[in-house]
Design a binder for this molecule. Structure first.
Ligand code: HAM
Length: 412
């Protein structure tokens, strides 16, 4: 039988890959906590309607990319393609719409049937924030500032730029939509087949088209600025002022529309040119209508999600492998005492390892190869006098240490 392969678009995280991944998630979790966010874990699969009713029935995610299947009870379920819809479902289902604001951090796998390439997978991982309740632009700025702080702590902020846009309120979007339809209608012949379909259903999505011909046209298409209502324009101006107070640099980009349908007002992306085509590391915005659309009360909200794989690739340095302590018994009679030392060090929280066989030379070679920071050598003479030889493997220095002092001696 041929050996089984990982499914296309999935990856194993082992060694350095896992350490990079873990460092991104741990750092985000720590900084989100400082900003007052609490972690939620929601299920990896949900009833299909949780996504099909929320992400937009013209979005690529819903029309082409969901892993949807019938379970054995005949229910249609979907592996989550993103985290926002599940958090809103959980908010409503747990009666939390009466306890606002809710500041939610989450981390975990997401699934999209996309064409795999560098930085794009079918099972990928997101970290994300949702701030549910406040309608003030200060909330949008805080959410973005937390994202920025995470990128700074990871050492990747310098490689990214925050691109900011507003999608306005409903009246602004309706006026803008009419202007876009008029513009693209006059250039129907130059539109791709996909965008012709979008023209009827969701013309804003044309701005996001990857088609070369569409993109040339989009360059001349109207922007939303002249169609913003006074309220929407004020919201956007205030957001920019708050971002300056938080010290977050940004660049306006009127072409950002985002790939999911639930956004209004704020839309933003942190982009990089260090990852080739998959340049968006973090994206989000305001989604005031979503909780209500999913059956809850009208509830404003804003958030973002970031691709852990993309951030892990951007890390300037791989986190180093943990360096442990090698316990080395010399001669079979020392093994019992060595196990005792091994347990004492582990109980004290020190990373300690003992090989299962081998003479002194082999065991020392292994300790060096696996990057141990120290070796504790226990011959019969040492065991008899209650001491060990401790060798610092970085400096080569060796000393005799009473067994009772080992933990203190080896603690970092
Ligand atoms: P999104 O833009 O669809 O937004 O995804 C957010 C981030 O997830 C992307 O910027 C990218 O870094 C990463 N990502 C998306 N698809 C893939 C993939 N196939 N492989 C690797 N990384 C990927 C959302 O998901 C919204 N829920 C964000 C949000 C939260 N908006 C409001 N709150």
């Amino acid at each position: 039988m041929a050996a089984p392969q990982a499914v296309r678009g999935t990856r194993d995280l082992i060694g350095e890959d896992q350490r990079r991944h873990q460092h991104v998630v741990d750092t985000a979790r720590r900084i989100a906590a400082a900003y007052g966010f609490d972690e939620w874990s929601t299920p990896i699969f949900e009833a299909t309607t949780v996504f099909s009713r929320s992400l937009g029935d013209t979005s690529d995610v819903v029309t082409k990319e969901m892993y949807t299947f019938e379970d054995r009870g005949g229910e249609s379920v979907t592996l989550r393609p993103e985290g926002t819809a599940g958090v809103c479902r959980a908010l409503i289902g747990n009666g939390l719409t009466q306890s606002l604001p809710q500041k939610v951090f989450y981390a975990g796998p997401m699934f999209r049937y996309e064409r795999p390439q560098k930085g794009r997978y079918r099972q990928f991982h997101q970290i994300g924030l949702e701030l549910i309740g406040p309608s003030e632009p200060l909330a949008d700025a805080e959410v973005i500032a937390c994202g920025w702080a995470i990128l700074q702590a990871l050492g990747v902020a310098g490689a990214t730029v925050l691109e900011l846009n507003t999608l306005g309120d409903k009246p602004s979007r309706e006026a803008y939509r009419a202007a876009l339809v008029a513009f693209f209608d006059a250039h129907r012949g130059a539109l791709s087949a996909d965008s012709l379909a979008r023209l009827e259903r969701n013309p804003l999505r044309i701005l996001d088209s990857k088609d070369e011909g569409d993109r040339r046209l989009v360059a001349d298409a109207p922007t939303i600025a002249p169609y913003l209502s006074e309220a929407a324009a004020t919201f956007y101006t205030q957001l920019q002022a708050h971002l300056r107070h938080f010290g977050v640099p940004f660049r306006e980009n009127p072409r950002i529309v985002r790939g999911l349908d639930y956004y209004g007002h704020t839309a933003f992306e942190f982009v990089t040119d260090a990852l080739g085509a998959q340049g968006t590391v973090m994206g989000g915005g305001r989604y005031d209508g979503l909780v209500e659309e999913m059956g809850g009360p009208a509830t404003p909200a804003v958030g973002w999600a970031a691709g852990v794989e993309r951030l892990a690739m951007l890390l300037p340095e791989a986190p180093s492998a943990p360096a442990g302590i090698a316990i080395i018994p010399v001669g079979e009679a020392s093994e019992a005492a060595a196990v005792g030392v091994l347990q004492a060090l582990r109980t004290a929280g020190l990373r300690a390892e003992m090989a299962y066989r081998g003479n002194l030379k082999r065991r020392m070679e292994r300790a060096n190869r696996t990057g141990a920071r120290a070796a504790v050598i226990l011959g019969e003479a040492e065991v008899a006098s209650g001491v060990a030889q401790v060798k610092d493997l970085a400096s080569g220095a060796q000393s005799t240490v009473p067994l009772a002092d080992l933990v203190a001696h080896l603690s970092p």
